[in-house]
Design a protein around this ligand. Sequence first.
Ligand SMILES: *Cc1c(COP(=O)(O)O)cnc(C)c1O
Length: 364
Amino acid sequence: MEEQTIRVQRCETKKEKPQDDQLSFGKIFTDHMFVMDYSEPLGWHNASIVPYQPLQIEPSAMVFHYAQSVFEGLKAYRTDNGSIELFRPEKNMERLNRSNDRLCIPPIDEEFALKAIKQLVSIDRDWVPHTEGTSLYIRPFIISTETYIGVSASTRYKFIVILSPVGAYYKEGINPVKIAVEDEYVRTVKGGTGEAKTGGNYAASLKAQELVAQTGYTQVLWLDGVEKKYIEEVGSMNVFFKINGEVITPKLNGSILSGITRSSVIELLQHWDIPVVEKRISIEELYEAYQRGELEEAFGSGTAAVISPIGELKWGDKQLIINDGKTGDISKKVYDTITGIQYGHMEDPFNWMQNIETESPVKH
Ligand SMILES: *Cc1c(COP(=O)(O)O)cnc(C)c1O
């Protein structure tokens, strides 16, 4: 594919930036955004960085009706030496194309998209907050824009990237959460879109989340959509259990989202020679391990929190208190290492970090 150029139109007045300690998640957006169009026969074209602004889209645009859209989520970190770096961003671009394929959206040029993201972050680099734990959240997404309310794959799309400075997920130290096993609603099923990062999966998950919040639990533990027996994910994170010295995470099965934090956790555990397996695990098996006193730790993994320890699990009328409701050693070690690599105060043995000013990985 011929290399495209990115047109840059800078904003005239810059917005006021929030204080680091005032930041929450995803409500404030930076000065610029990246936009690119797709139409036939041009393919992806019109790559531009423009001031952050509303879109002009007709109400008949297909995305509003049949949800043909995909997204990604990654972060830019300000490291100890002042550089701004991304964590394994090429994996997000690969996954975006896998989601595209599932939703019948034409593929993007992964290298070009990453280059565009780096240039956008570089232009808005003053928006990357400085305090440990804070970051600049990057939200690439694609929407179908053809003006047609018949059901088919769109012939027009927009690929957009917006940026949002976000606060530290754990302000007072990493904190275990209470989770309830969901045995009525399901997030997705094998053969559905669970493997794709698409908004519809989130729309489908809201009801269970709303109900569980009313009972004092933070999130649900999702079971498989066929037998409601096997553990899949926790909220919008992947899930890990440490049972009798071995770390187990549900095997990717077509309905589980393949998290980049998930694979980083697996790679780290292997690097440390800690037994880790990807396999199918049922909620009964987990409960039996608990009864034998072998369920040692449980945690979720994802870009937002990195690691979210599970202190309590409710399954029907059973209540499982894990590691006395405290953060386990492995959970803590994985959290400290991944965030240590991200903020540049630990060695990066896997070359996971990429400087936004260069096109190839950097080494700490
Ligand atoms: C994004 C996402 C995850 C976590 O993926 P990361 O790449 O680790 O951020 C897990 N589950 C679901 C449903 C997701 O959408």
